[in-house]
Design a protein around this ligand. Sequence first.
Ligand code: MCA
Ligand code: AMP
Length: 468
Amino acid sequence: MFPLQSTCVALRFGDRTLTHAELAACAGTVARQLTGLPRVAVWATPTIETCVAVVAALLAGVPAVPLNPKVGERELAHIVADSAPAAVLAAPRAELPEGLHSVPRLDVTLDGDTPDLPEEPDAEAPALIVYTSGTTGAPKGVVLPRRAIVSTLDAVAQAWEWTGDDVLVHALPLFHVHGLILGVLGPLRRGGTLHHLGKFSTAELARALAGDGTMMFGVPTMYHRIAEEVGENAELGAALKKARLLVSGSAALPVRDHERIAAATGQRVVERYGMTETLMNTSVRADGDRRPGAVGLPLPGVEVRLVDDDGATLDDTGAVGEIQVRGPNLFTEYLNRPDATAEAFADGWFRTGDVGTRDADGYFRIVGRKATDIIKSGGYKIGAGEIENALLEHPAVKEVAVTGEPDDDLGERIVAWIVPSGEEPAAEELADHVARLLTPHKRPRSVRFVESLPRNDMGKVMKRALGT
Ligand code: MCA
Ligand code: AMP
């Protein structure tokens, strides 16, 4: 999967670095301890150890489940029960929550010799299991085979002219596809470098891009924060101008932010469209027209079609339909969920649930989403039902509906509409409750108390009537 031979820097986190050869040595040493395990979890803090752990699992051919280090107790219990990891790999000083105390711990250290690396596993073998939210129920584990990872990384490399000379800079979390597969495995496959900032800040980003950074990956919230500042921050402007490529994904990049960054730096951000289940589907090419609001062309090897509500393919320019995808970039299945897997496909095409349209020259645009119960906040996908279930467990909550509202910074913000069972609880208490059970990014950012929820004749909450 990776060359892992060169003596150039593969990973940089603060002042800690590993060359490709050093990474092969320490990940290879960890890999030997994993041989034969059915599956492992990785406590995915934004550290070099997380990268070593994931590479080790990939070398050993053991599927890895990256865990959000801020995961709440309920969500963690679900993931552990569903994926049954035989061990959890963590940095030596990392404190693990109680929910992982029953799973044997394996500390990942950076020392190691250069063992013979194991033989490359079969291309269809599961490599990573990434948990993602749906409209209802607990998150599902998306089983990603090596074939999907390799094909997506090679496809975006072609589109973005990404080589071993590139130094990718980002501050994305390492438990999702964006930060982990594109952001860590991408540079490793190219034989290039990842410079991870640990935590997003425009100052750190400017410093890294003013240094040897050549590319940046980010979610639209990060580009929004850049756009807010870049007009007045000459240093940030100069650093971005110098970069070879700025890439945005995980949610729609507002045209206004695209234009503000372009006006201040001359750089037009390249947008690409992906999903945990499909990895990358379309992208604007580095040498293509960087049209604001468009996610570009299907990547090499990927077929993309639009269909109407009856499943008929729409070929007319400007027609609006569900985006469906087919190709080597697709996942294998949802772990333990054959029902959900079957439902996700139509005649071998994956139903993304995203609604899109196609320009005359084939560029796709994403114009909406079929489900109203999916919220994209800060680039994270969040199911309204999960948050409603968590809030209903709070004694002060009698009824609840969760919606997404437009938010300049987060794209959408989570709003909880609450019918209290007695006295109104503090909004912060409800936010903390969700953060503790699920994860902080799923906490409501606004709480609105109402006397009743609008319901239709069937008793179903009419979410579209909320807030109007
Ligand atoms: C706040 N915090 C709390 C609470 N409130 N913790 C516990 N309880 C609370 N009540 C903490 C948070 O944990 C965090 O800690 C800090 O306060 C701020 O958190 P938050 O408000 O969530 O941060 P933010 O400012 O909203 O973050 C914006 C962000 C973040 C940095 C842009 O949303 C982000 O990293 N997004 C990336 C999402 C992503 O990678 N998506 C890819 C999936 P601390 O400060 O310590 O962190 S999509 C994908 O993979 C597909 C394939 C694709 O297409 O890419
Ligand atoms: P996730 O399930 O977390 O992998 O998120 C995937 C979803 O993010 C997609 O189904 C889209 O709704 C959204 N998404 C990803 N990239 C883009 C983009 N460039 N523009 C608009 N939406 C995007």
